[in-house]
Design a protein around this ligand. Structure first.
Ligand SMILES: [Zn+2]
Length: 321
């Protein structure tokens, strides 16, 4: 299996948001990629400038950072052609690695716009190198620039940043270093552009300290929260089915929380986040994370639930008066 370190540059409407195409707010103008083998050795490098068909002039903010001119873009190839070459470059057995979660989303949105069949797996696994960098060097939450990571590793800055191929080469160097860290490399990410459509496609990822479930699309949040398996909680360590101590509740109806207790491993928290489905914005799919928590955390969640109930009560009183 090869690692494909992918980096994209994209453009947007130069005349502002009012002139943007809803189906394609960001148009890819450059695709860069580095192919690494399983050991992390560079096998090949890919660089392609894409001729835009929607936003032909560079947005001023993009022009400032990107190492491309309007003239370069004119001489690029069509997105269809660029994508075909990229797929040939990737070969059959590969996994994408990107800096952050944006690139794979943009790639698929551009594919959809140009009516290219999306043959990527549903719930595609990939390595978010930015996240893995944060897990190894920071708190796992902070998100840094490529340049910051290059500074941390004291790599020579011999390539200009914000060129897709150069950034891919820098990210490949960073990835080579992170590849040695087996524990961090277990933290694979999932791309949600194509969520599961049927129960059979649903995914459960088990990590050392938590479990992540990606469920199929539902017509509404309420229907999702009525589904038995969405609501159920299993201990992320021993997988015992657990009883809830605090039932599911939500403050803003985007995130839902519950608390359960494992007889062997103590308290665990369930958190469900509702994500909009790109194929139909009226539909949602839940992502559930189950992880162990401390007794203090349980108290915090109970307090949060009390506040939500109190807010509801006040609202009802207001409406009643
Ligand atoms: Zn347990």
């Amino acid at each position: 299996m090869n690692y494909i370190i992918l980096d994209l540059e994209w453009n947007q409407s130069a005349k502002g948001k009012n002139f943007e195409k809803k189906e394609l707010p960001f148009e890819i103008i450059q695709i860069g990629a580095v192919k690494l083998n399983e050991k992390g050795d560079v096998q090949d490098i890919f660089n392609c400038v894409v001729r835009p068909s929607v936003y032909k002039k560079l947005h001023s903010a993009v022009k400032e950072v990107v190492a491309l001119s309007d003239e370069d873009l004119k001489n690029g190839v069509s997105f269809q052609e660029a994508f075909m070459h990229l797929m040939q470059f990737c070969e059959d057995d590969y996994v994408f690695c990107t800096w952050g979660s944006q690139d794979l989303w943009q790639l698929q949105q551009n594919m959809q716009y140009y009516q290219i069949e999306n043959a990527f797996p549903k719930v595609m696994k990939y390595y978010d190198v930015q996240k893995i960098f944060s897990i190894v060097f920071e708190d796992g939450k902070l998100r840094r620039t490529v340049e910051h990571a290059v500074d941390v590793f004291e790599f020579e800055k011999d390539l200009m940043f914000h060129s897709a191929v150069n950034d891919a080469r820098y990210v490949a160097r960073i990835f080579q270093r992170l590849l040695e860290n087996k524990e961090a490399m277990e933290r694979v990410s999932v791309d949600y552009y194509k969520p599961p459509l049927t129960k059979k496609d649903e995914v459960c990822l088990r990590f050392k300290t938590y479990s992540k479930y990606v469920y199929r699309v539902f017509p509404s949040k309420e229907e999702a929260m009525e589904d038995k398996s969405v609501c159920s909680i299993k201990c992320p360590i021993c997988r015992t089915a657990l009883r809830k101590k605090v039932m599911w509740f939500t403050g803003n109806s985007k995130k839902y929380y519950c608390v359960a207790k494992c007889p062997f491993h103590g308290f665990v928290r369930g958190k469900i986040q509702m994500k909009k489905y790109a194929g139909d914005p009226h539909m949602v799919f839940p992502i559930k994370i189950v992880k162990p928590i401390s007794e203090e955390d349980v108290e915090k969640i109970c307090e949060m639930k009390k506040q939500v109930a109190e807010k509801r009560r006040l609202k009802r009183m207001k409406q009643g008066s």
